[in-house]
Design a protein around this ligand. Structure first.
Ligand code: NAG
Ligand code: NAG
Ligand code: NAG
Length: 222
């Protein structure tokens, strides 16, 4: 039966060590793609019949409530997160997936999908694999946004008030923030800026980069 096939065959997960060109960082994020074996609640946010938000799903989950996981308790990604010492990823469609939670990773899985477009056809409004990949792209944009929107050290919304003081909030991983305090780049961002000053194309530094100036200067001094 198509249902059991799509429920059983397909899931994959990956752990990515994020190394963004602009914000080079060692933040480890966990991404989950697939179907009901690994969906942890995306389908709750969709109008579909392929969902596990009713009892007795979740009967052994810490909250004893259904969460959208197709399990009595924890599912495969939960246990992998546990094994690598991370908190569980949130469903990509959850409104709670914001701020620092984005840095944990995201779960894009949707019960009822298969690799091929025709598996899962019996369910409407599920996130097919192409859409899961598009969501990954959106996620990457959002992560960049988080780390350029929040300052590492500060207070108030976005750590955007006042300067950095011993009493401010301090982010644990300064390398993934573009802003150190509300007004100043982090060292990582400074390195990126200097890289462009030294060797950037004319889009970044005009009329010429510092490497070119040094070459010209050396030539003049011969
Ligand atoms: C979001 O988080 C809050 C606080 O932990 C929780 O009560 C709420 O159920 C969550 N919302 C969803 C849609 O998971
Ligand atoms: C699935 O459907 C999308 C959009 O309709 C299409 O772009 C894609 O090529 C299809 N993939 C397969 C494997 O048929
Ligand atoms: C530095 O600028 C020069 C002139 O714009 C350009 O040709 C060169 O490619 C730049 N350096 C790098 C590493 O891009």
């Amino acid at each position: 039966m198509a249902t059991s096939k799509s429920l059983a065959v397909f899931w994959f997960l990956f752990l990515a060590v994020f190394r963004e060109a602009a914000l080079k960082a060692d933040a480890r994020a966990f991404f989950v793609f697939g179907d009901s074996l690994v969906d942890n609640g995306n389908n709750n946010f969709l109008t579909t019949t392929a969902r596990a938000d009713n009892v007795p799903y979740g009967i052994d989950y810490p909250t004893k409530r259904p969460t959208g996981r197709f399990s009595n308790g924890l599912n495969i990604p939960d246990l992998i997160s546990e094994a690598i010492g991370s908190e569980a990823t949130l469903p990509y469609l959850s409104p709670n997936l914001t701020g620092d939670k984005l840095l944990v990773g995201a779960n894009f899985a949707s019960a009822g999908v298969g690799i091929l477009n025709d598996t899962g056809n019996q369910f409407f409004n599920i996130i097919r694999i192409g859409a899961q990949m598009q969501y990954l792209e959106q996620y990457k944009q959002r992560v960049r946004f988080v780390t350029s929107k929040y300052a590492c050290c500060g207070q108030g919304p976005y750590n955007g008030i006042g300067l950095c003081t011993p009493r401010s909030n301090l982010c644990p991983n300064r390398d993934i923030y573009a802003f150190w305090d509300p007004f100043h780049p982090s060292e990582r961002a400074n390195r990126f800026i200097v890289k462009n000053i030294l060797a950037g194309s004319a889009d970044y530094i005009s009329p010429m980069n510092l490497s070119t100036i040094m070459v010209l200067d050396a030539a003049e001094n011969v």
